[in-house]
Design a protein around this ligand. Structure first.
Ligand SMILES: Cc1ncc(C[n+]2csc(CCOP(=O)(O)OP(=O)(O)O)c2C)c(N)n1
Ligand SMILES: [Mg+2]
Length: 571
């Protein structure tokens, strides 16, 4: 089994130890010499899976995770669900004792199942429980191939303990098949040509993208298409798709540009409906399109190629005029080529004029955002805008990577210069909390080899699900700066409760019940120190923030994790 795993280019194996995979565990460390894969020790299976999700998005390849077949997988399930929703590959394995005749004490029974993968089958792309080592070798290859073929997703192999532990009777006849990767599919050329015609002829075409960039080339391809068209780009931020300061980036004016659009090309969208509709739940749940009735909508992506039914992560059905199936990153060069071919000198002059207008709009919005970021500059609790500005001041001259943010913290996207494929690592996918801390650590581990400075803005609520992530970061010397966005609340839920109390006209007096994290206040710096992580805080005076961040950045640049706890306002 280890020989097979070694052919799969798996750098790490994240795990919490468990007896029903003790065979593989022992083989990895003693036969495999704990290299490719190397074990990452995690104090909770959810941490292992989330680390794999964050890692895969930076590194562009899966991490392996292994856990107990029943209890471990139950712990890890939500994180696996996030990865599924985010279309991120994870190479997951579990242990199981298939033969009842071999199970000893009751815990070997409680840790065994007829079909352990049933628990998560709705949100893995494929799973298997090999009955022989040859079967394992073939399924291991198939699993990898399926996981990394767009639309990507987690896969799961259930490993029988007997198969792991017993001597190999038939070594001579075992074969490790070669792994051949599937070449990502390119959209139909006639359809791409038609899309190009609409885009070039349009007065106000808009490109909306979400999980477009699959590799380091993705952003360049997006820029090429946008510049050929000189059109507005709205980046929903599922991946690092488009430079934040590119003059054609109109993400901050999404509502306005979609309202003006005559053609929309929606690229690898996660939630096209939400991106193109006004949504409100403050009085009652209501939606209406932001686009005009005659706006032509074209989709391009792998989304339509594979969905499952139970979990509803596919989002609301959105009627479109043309749906082109194919991996967007693979298809964009052909589309851009078609676009360029259709632009003559006269058209180019018109497009350049449009580009100039968009650039002006981009610059004036940027100025507006910079000025609104200064509102309440010296306030306590510290504004999230100031937190993000102070953090940027410390890292902007480094080779930084924002590996995660607290939910609803959007200042970095609006203030910082995101211009590298690793500047941003997307978000959880399933909005399952307890993602940000470990996924950021996994991403930081991937960044470490490239010498990048990883930073994560970390919600207090999110960290409380998985605080022991900090121990793993310390133990494995993962250089990452966690800056706590500590509003001492599950603030999003507090806001929802406020809306409910307003709707029922019952006042906000009780809205803190079940939504705030005070009495006692969590001392995150002490928590972090307890896990062996350098920490400062809680910082309440905004003047102390810069120096504290500077000291923490120095620690991270030495190769270690650090945490700065900052008392912040709501958003
Ligand atoms: C596993 C899970 N449990 C509960 C929720 C509901 N939820 C959404 S946002 C949120 C608050 C998160 O708190 P924090 O990370 O501190 O961010 P804040 O809202 O304070 O900015 C909660 C509990 C969820 N999304 N996932
Ligand atoms: Mg909070």
């Amino acid at each position: 089994m280890v020989d097979v795993l070694k052919t799969l280019d798996l750098e790490y194996l994240a795990m919490n130890p468990a007896s029903n995979f003790r065979g593989v565990h022992e083989a990895v460390i003693n036969y495999g010499m704990n290299a490719r894969p190397e074990i990452l020790t995690c104090a909770h299976e959810e941490i292992a899976f989330s680390m794999a999700q964050g890692y895969a998005k930076i590194e562009g390849k899966p991490m392996a995770v292994i856990c107990h077949g029943t209890v471990g997988l139950q712990h890890g399930a939500m994180a696996l669900y996030n990865a599924w929703c985010d279309r991120v590959p994870i190479y997951a394995m579990i242990g199981n004792i298939v033969d009842a005749d071999k199970r000893l004490q009751i815990f070997e029974w409680t840790h065994s199942a007829i079909d352990p993968a049933a628990l998560v089958r709705d949100f893995v792309k494929w799973d298997d429980q090999p009955a022989s080592l040859q079967h394992f070798a073939e399924s291991a290859m198939r699993a990898y191939k399926i996981a990394v073929t767009p639309p990507m997703g987690p896969v799961l192999l259930s490993l029988d303990a007997e198969l792991q532990e017993n001597p190999i009777p038939d070594r001579d006849r075992l074969r490790i098949p070669a792994l051949t990767r599937v070449i990502p599919s390119v959209g139909d050329s006639a359809a791409l040509a038609e899309a190009a015609r609409y885009l070039v002829a349009a007065d106000n075409p808009v490109l909306i993208c979400d999980r477009m960039a699959r590799t380091a080339d993705g952003m360049t391809r997006m820029v090429e298409l946008a510049e050929a068209l000189q059109c507005a780009v709205v980046d929903m931020g599922g991946r690092m798709n488009f430079p934040s300061r590119h003059p054609l980036n109109q993400t901050g004016s999404r509502v306005a540009v979609i309202a003006q659009a005559d053609v929309i090309l929606a690229i690898e969208m996660n939630d096209l409906f939400a991106a193109t509709h006004f949504l409100s739940d403050r009085i009652e749940r209501a939606t209406r399109p932001l686009y005009k009735p005659d706006t032509r909508i074209i989709t391009l992506g792998s989304r339509d190629l594979f969905i499952k039914s139970n979990y509803q992560d596919f989002g609301r059905f959105n009627a479109v005029d043309m749906a082109i199936a194919g991996d967007a990153e693979a298809s964009l060069p052909a589309l851009t080529e078609q676009v360029r071919r259709l632009i003559n000198a006269r058209r180019k002059t018109a497009l350049d004029a449009r580009g100039k207008q968009l650039a002006d709009a981009h610059h004036s919005l940027t100025e507006q955002i910079r000025s609104s970021a200064t509102i309440g500059w010296d306030a306590r609790p510290i504004t999230t805008a100031r937190l993000c500005a102070e953090l940027y001041a410390q890292i902007q001259h480094e080779d930084w990577s924002l590996v995660g943010t607290g939910i609803n913290v959007t200042w970095p996207m609006r203030l910082w210069n995101f211009d590298k494929p690793y500047s941003w690592n997307g978000s959880s996918g399933g909005s399952g909390l307890g993602y940000n801390a470990p996924a950021s650590a996994g991403a930081a581990l991937a960044n470490k080899r490239h010498g990048r400075l990883s930073v994560a803005i970390q919600g207090d609520g999110d960290l409380l699900y998985v605080p022991s992530t900090l121990w793993t970061a310390a133990h494995h010397r993962i250089p990452i700066l966690y800056v706590m966005h500590n509003n001492r609340a599950y603030n999003q839920e507090y806001m929802y409760l406020q809306a409910m109390t307003n709707r029922h006209n019952r006042g906000v007096t009780n809205a803190h019940l079940g939504t705030t994290i005070t009495d006692p206040n969590v001392d995150f710096a002490t928590v972090a120190k307890g896990f062996g992580v350098y920490a400062e805080g809680p910082i309440s005076d905004p003047a102390d923030l810069g120096p504290a961040l500077q000291r923490a950045v120095a620690v991270v640049k030495r190769g270690e994790p650090a945490l700065v706890d900052v008392l912040t306002d709501q958003r």
